[in-house]
Design a protein. Sequence first.
Length: 330
Amino acid sequence: MSAPTPPQLGPEEVAALVDAHPGWWPTGAEDRSGTDTEVTLLGRGESSTAWRARRGDAELAVRVPHRPPVELPTSLPDEHELLDRLPDGVGARPVAVHEPTAADPTAYLVTTLVPGHVLTPRDWTDGLLAALAGQLARLHVLARTDGLDLTGDHDLVEAATDSRDWWREHEPEHGAALEPLWPAVLAHQTRVQAAAPATGTTLIHGDACLTNVVVDGDVPRLIDWEWAGAGDPARDLAYAGGRVHADPWYADLDDDRVRRQVEAYAAARADLGSPADVEQLLLRRAGWLVHETYFVTPHLRRVASWGGPEAGRYTRTADLLTAGLSAWLT
């Protein structure tokens, strides 16, 4: 028997939810007596629907999963706890969390609202990429890691082999698309792992593609932390894009722009008293970009197989990423 999907909340239900919890707001409910709660849709991702709730000048974000909570990459309580580890200004602050119970089958995560909007890849200037690199440096150096398992070595060959095995076992129809490029991918990851083994594990976002970054003025901040956890910092740098790219997730960045991004990150790390080696980061960044864009392709094909108006776009994106990887690696 499949796990149940929690009830989906519309704007009226979200308004009722936040109105029933005046302590969630930054200041007391008495400061907003007579103020109606305005709820608008922020967006719908692959796992959740996000709503903006506003009362006066105060705003909250309410995320409601539209998948069974057991299928989420990170449980809602664990994501709530991880958000509390972030340094100020990198992402949202946690406010409340609820998982389904017999008495209340709803599921939601409530946070402060992160200001800004998602940019297209073409709008990402070197200055903004450097600003994002600085935010990632602050995350990787300043986030609290007490209680996290930081012993993983993040072997790129092992990660690739495990991911391929998963697709072959669980989704062989879509995983079959991985096979033509597998020898080239394995050879690349083997070279990178030998030349630049991981040297540090810390709290990372885990899915820092450009659709998970909002920009307010010149300040980028990260949203959607469901893949966060202990990991290799180079992974967060890689998901901005590079030789392999696709709208709206990964920017088309030549090698010079990638180097400038990594140098900005290393400079920010040095300013925080935690230096990092640029050349090693560049190699591992390339490894994680290959990993991400290679293994996201069967996922995109799976989503396309579900049909709908976006099916063609997902298929074209998978084809584009495969062609980019082939040109890079073969």
